[in-house]
Design a protein around this ligand. Structure first.
Ligand code: PLP
Length: 377
């Protein structure tokens, strides 16, 4: 199997699997006062420390959730409940993942004024465009770091630092799901008050994520109950998943830069090979993009037909993004990808174990697809 759909999810690494097993074996409830509880609590606090260290923040700024969707919902509705009564404007972009876009739509339904900044004719969103959309009535700015369909890196750091200088009370949220443990993400430089993270994109299990909440910022929780996670996220902690997440983070820590370099080389090789096939167009290129996520179109072939053809060759990619489930992606349209290319788009997303040989196999299969599949106009 050649797995090139790492932006949809990744295969849990051995350390993560061992972490999950350890969390199952030490089965106590972290809230229990006896030794079983304490052992489980130690696993949770070890994982919290690992995530905190990876972001350069303190452990008490990390709250475990069921994934980035919950983290972003907590951030967005939390910001609304804490400030949205007095202020009305939310600034975001037109290229966010649904985990951010849908809760923001809901705020609009509740009466907020939402400004969605879209890419310019070159498919770029500038820090200035984001900053210019903020005014005195703004309480939340939510911008993703890496787009999950194109790999575009948004100028979050620059935009948030400009915003914080002029509007220090605006809450800044960043969906870092496709950037975390792939690019150097640090809380100090990002200028984000809230950061959403997901485990299953970084070789940890599904159903676990985290929300970073800057010390000093108080937002109400989404879930009320037993008061776990210092009242930020009630519900008995999933010790196995948290432990698996922590172990995946530890396994990657220290090799983020080295992995980035390796995947950059792989991306360059992939683009070189794409240029050799005149039916293939690389949909989004930029010096600043993440090499982990790549969008291409194959002339005359429908994405889904191509996806299943590749699957028969043992190669796994996605059409657009996994969340769009075959629908024409509005996000790709926002990046100015021509309408005729949308039907033929596939996303090739690399993981740290992919090799040039995997790219060679993909390219061979794409050539075969061009020869064997019926072309559409
Ligand atoms: N944000 C981005 C950019 C994503 O790619 C994803 C998952 O595809 C999410 C948020 C949602 O993450 P989770 O599956 O942990 O809820």
């Amino acid at each position: 199997m050649i797995y090139l759909d790492n932006a949809a999810t990744t295969k849990p690494c051995e350390s993560a699997v061992r972490g999950v097993v350890k969390g199952l074996e030490l089965f106590g409830n972290p809230s229990s006062l006896h030794k079983c509880g304490l052992d489980a609590e130690l696993l949770v606090s070890g994982a919290r420390e690992a995530v905190a260290q990876s972001l350069g923040c303190t452990a008490d700024e990390i709250f475990f959730t069921s994934g980035a969707t919950e983290s972003s919902n907590t951030a967005i509705f939390g910001a609304f409940k804490s400030q949205g009564k007095r202020k009305k404007r939310v600034v975001t972009t037109t290229v966010e993942h649904p985990a951010t876009a849908r809760p923001v739509d809901e705020l609009e339904r509740l009466g907020c004024e939402v400004v969605r900044v879209s890419p310019d004719d070159n498919g770029e969103i500038t820090a200035h465009d984001i900053f210019a959309a903020v005014n005195d009535d703004t309480f939340l700015v939510s911008v993703m770091l890496v787009n999950n369909e194109t790999g575009a890196v948004l100028p979050v750091q620059k935009a948030f630092s400009m915003i914080k200088k002029k509007y220090p009370h605006v809450i800044t949220h960043c969906d870092c799901v496709q950037g975390y443990m792939k690019l150097p993400v640090k809380t100090k430089t990002l200028c984000a008050d809230l950061i959403s993270l997901s485990g299953h994109k970084i070789y940890a299990p599904k159903g676990i994520g985290a929300l970073y909440v800057r010390k000093g910022l108080h937002i109400p929780p989404l879930l009320f109950g037993g008061g776990q996670e210092k009242n930020m996220r009630s519900g008995t902690e999933s010790v196995p998943l948290i432990c698996g997440f922590g172990e995946a983070v530890k396994a990657l820590s220290g090799s983020v830069a080295q992995n980035l370099e390796k995947v950059r080389e792989l991306e360059a090789y992939f683009f070189e090979k794409c240029a050799e096939n005149e039916d293939i167009t690389v949909n989004y290129r930029s010096d600043t993009k993440s090499p982990y996520v790549n969008s291409i179109s194959v002339r005359g072939l429908r994405s889904e037909v191509l996806l299943h053809f590749l699957e028969q060759q043992g190669i796994y990619v996605s059409s657009g993004s996994a969340c769009s489930k075959g629908k024409k992606s509005s996000v790709l349209q926002q990046f100015r990808i021509p309408v005729q290319a949308l039907d033929s788009t596939i996303r090739v997303s690399f993981g740290i174990d992919n090799t040039k040989a995997d790219v060679d196999e993909l390219m061979k299969a794409l050539t075969l697809a061009g020869e064997q599949l019926a072309k559409v106009k």
